[in-house]
Ligand binder design. Sequence first.
Ligand code: GPP
Ligand code: MG
Length: 287
Amino acid sequence: MTTTAPTAVRVLHTAYQKSVAAYWNDNQQDPVNLRLGDVDGLYHHHYGIGEYEPSVLEGPDDTRDDRIINEMHRLETQQANLLLDHLGDISHGDRLMDAGSGRGGTSFMAHQRFGCRVDGVTISEYQVGFANNQADQRGVADQVKFHFRNMLDTGFETGSRRGIWTNETTMYVDLLQAFGEFSRLLEYGGRYVCITGCYNDVTGGRSKAVSRIDEHYICNIHPRSDYFKALAANNLVPINVIDLTSHTIPYWELRSKSSVATGIEDPFLTAYREGSFHYLLIAADRV
Ligand code: GPP
Ligand code: MG
């Protein structure tokens, strides 16, 4: 028996969670994430927002690809900055949690901005190793730590968090369970910020394009309504809801023209343009 087996048994509760962990442990060499991260050492696993600079698509040919990669990375970093803008006032002594922390990009940005301790949790042991290695290289390993833990059952202390965020990770979890755990972890008045893709209740059920996104990432995109039901059921009161759909379409247009396109660009563009899918930021306070 390996030494990691008992830990994995405690962290991964279901066959679905095991398959998600396997996806993120095994499919990790995609240049769409590594080449962008190599730009400045911030490795993201989320999409971008804002207009791109159109000149990146023009000549000279020998630098075009690098300029597109840099620009996509800038839009992804801009997305994470917008998320952090909504965490409210965070002091040095506060503690934050990144639920579904990937390779750590948003966690490092949060520490840089607020100077406080950040714990990232992920069910991918590969990602824990990658992100903790980044923390060592950045010299912040005492402040930013990544844990092989399940966001539905973190084991962290009740009321220990001033802020928690999910940057495109809630499509992998039951919202009632996740928000129940976040509500337990947040102190009174603490803030939860979510950026997510959700499907549109108004246009009906899951569209074909949304189903293709689910299949691609092995996720389960929730309807918009489920977010607000699950927040309300867990003493999380929205203070801000921003529809970012029109702000993320340029990122997908640029990505579809890049050398690192993965094939999922068309379903995203179709889903957003037909109105069956939204890109939302939700900020909520724990009461
Ligand atoms: C992007 O990660 C996010 C997800 C996989 C979750 C799904 C998000 C939705 C909004 C539906 P990534 O950066 O690893 O994806 P990619 O490799 O395609 O860039
Ligand atoms: Mg990516």
